[in-house]
Design a protein around this ligand. Structure first.
Ligand code: ADP
Ligand code: MG
Length: 506
């Protein structure tokens, strides 16, 4: 039974973004010295609830009490003043600055002359980290350290600013197993010192091991809070996914996959390894097939696409296209071989200030418009592409940044259509798009499949893969943990396989 007066008590929390509810009447409480797990599918509202506590969603409704007194968390500053600190999924540290500077960001100690007291800063930084059993050179830039250390520095920073409640939003998803264990050790140490921790993770086994209690969210509502000892992984996944049925026009939550294709193998990847991301990954994709890669953020499947596209290096492994060995060292090598990537970060793939026409011709300038580029030629080349992909408006002279997300993605696909596409790599290709835009994009992908392209679709959304993939591999901590083909597979099956933990052998 929870203590009658919890340290932190949230009642009936509601949040709407532009009129759309993200949280509805959520009750959530944390005891002093408790590790409280927060779980739910993508979009369940976990991060939003934590952002309320961190003071970055001031428009919330409901009441929050701290130590029995009502508080209003209307700014990050206020949250910190109340002793609530958040370690973000995307780390907020500054890589170029030293560890010590990061620990003291905006609160550097001063000498009596008003200058920053570097010596004292370094000494206190060393002390703060030593208390957490971290022994590193605090004068080195933060970016030189592995992710787990950067996270620990974030945690130390929170503690040093006086945090009593620390929020860890998916801290372990990009960590290797030993690193994750190291973080759990630290969490235990903090707990023994009376710090409360809220831990968000997709790795339910971890959640059950390190947390005292667990709260499950689904579609912005709280389903239950219970002691970890009374829960198990299977029951949690059932609750998280619970009774979801695909409405018309919505993505599938289960599907019977076809058996593996009998078409010739277009791409074969063997023992592909990138240090810190994935190890010994082997698979093949047939002509016309769509291979799905599923894993949580940081599982390594997304980085895998970037390496095949030549955008990131690998340390080992071989690649064959149409049964002949290939070397792909740069993006240009890949493009030349017909291997193209549509990345998740449209900010990086779309030149927002450039015209739509320029965006389309960019990748194949020499071959599409020749070496003498004129706007007229660019427009001539890009017009039919815009028609083909159904870009709205089909105006080649408009800046690409003015298009909707779906139409920007059509431009990205369109730019690759000017050359051959043998292998099409898609990383969350429809993230943030409405159903209509999503269907349009995936129709273009299907057309390429019909022409013989091998498609690899990497996503953190199980529904996306169940809807579009012919065969699915699951990734966990940089390794393939399961392959699904030729049988019924459910969202829960994928989630189980994505948190399977294999020891990494690198
Ligand atoms: P989780 O962390 O459980 O994956 P989130 O809290 O990030 O879920 O999201 C909950 C819901 O709120 C989702 O439907 C998401 O699309 C929406 N949402 C989250 N952040 C924003 C935002 N800044 N603007 C609009 N909608 C948002
Ligand atoms: Mg989240």
């Amino acid at each position: 039974m929870p203590d009658p007066t919890p340290l932190l008590d949230c009642r009936q929390i509601g949040v709407a973004y532009h009129g759309v509810s993200a949280l509805v009447d959520v009750d959530f409480d944390v005891q002093a010295g408790e590790v409280h797990g927060l779980v739910g599918c993508n979009g369940a509202g976990k991060s939003t609830l934590m952002k309320v506590l961190a003071g970055v969603v001031p428009q919330y409704t409901g009441e929050i009490h701290l130590g029995g007194l009502p508080i209003r968390l209307d700014s990050p500053r206020r949250a910190i003043a109340h002793g609530i600190a958040m370690v973000y999924q995307e780390l907020s540290g500054i890589g170029q600055l030293s560890v010590a500077e990061n620990l003291f960001l905006s609160r550097q100690p001063r000498t009596r002359f008003g200058n920053i007291d570097w010596r004292r800063m370094r000494r206190e930084a060393r002390q703060a980290l030593a208390e957490l059993d971290i022994d590193i050179d605090v004068s080195r830039p933060l970016r030189e350290f592995p992710l787990v250390i950067r996270q620990m520095v974030e945690i130390a920073r929170g503690l040093h600013s006086g945090a009593r409640v620390l929020i860890l939003d998916e801290p372990t998803s990009a960590l290797s197993l030993p690193e994750a264990r190291r973080l759990f050790e630290l969490m235990r140490t903090l707990k023994s010192r009376g710090v409360s921790l809220i831990f968000i993770s997709h790795f339910l086994e971890d959640v059950l091991t390190v947390c005292d209690r667990v709260t499950i969210l689904r579609d912005g509502r709280k389903l239950l809070t219970d002691q970890s000892a009374k829960l198990n992984r299977r029951a949690i996944i059932e609750q998280m996914v619970g009774g979801e049925t695909a409405a018309a026009g919505q993505d599938a939550t289960e599907v019977t996959l076809k058996p593996e294709s009998k078409e010739p193998i277009r791409l074969r990847v063997d023992r592909w390894t990138r240090r810190g991301c994935f190890t010994g990954v082997s698979f093949k994709v047939h002509r016309g097939e769509c291979l799905g890669l599923y894993g949580f953020v940081g599982a390594g499947h997304q980085e895998l696409l970037h390496t095949i596209a030549g955008a990131q290096p690998v340390q080992a492994g071989e690649i064959r296209i149409d049964n002949s060995p290939r070397r792909i060292r740069h993006v240009a090598d890949a493009v030349e071989q017909g291997v193209v990537l549509v990345g998740a970060d449209r900010g990086q793939t779309v030149v927002r200030g450039a015209s739509i026409a320029r965006n389309i011709t960019l990748a194949h300038l020499a071959t599409s418009v020749g070496s003498w580029i004129t706007t007229r030629k660019e427009v001539m080349v890009s017009q039919p592409v815009l028609e083909q992909v159904g870009c709205r408006p089909p105006d080649p002279c408009k800046p690409a940044g003015q298009l909707s997300g779906g139409n920007q993605q059509k431009v990205v696909l369109g730019k690759w259509l000017l050359g051959p596409i043998h292998v099409l790599l898609l990383e969350e290709p429809t993230r943030g798009m409405d159903v209509h835009a999503k269907t349009e994009i995936m129709r273009l992908v299907r057309e390429q499949q019909k022409l013989g392209a091998a498609v690899i679709l990497a996503s953190t959304e199980p529904e996306m893969l169940l809807t579009y993939a012919d065969r699915i591999l699951t990734f966990s901590r940089g390794q393939v943990t399961a392959e699904f083909s030729g049988k019924l597979v459910t969202k829960a099956d994928l989630m189980h396989a994505a948190e399977r933990e294999l020891e990494r052998h690198d």
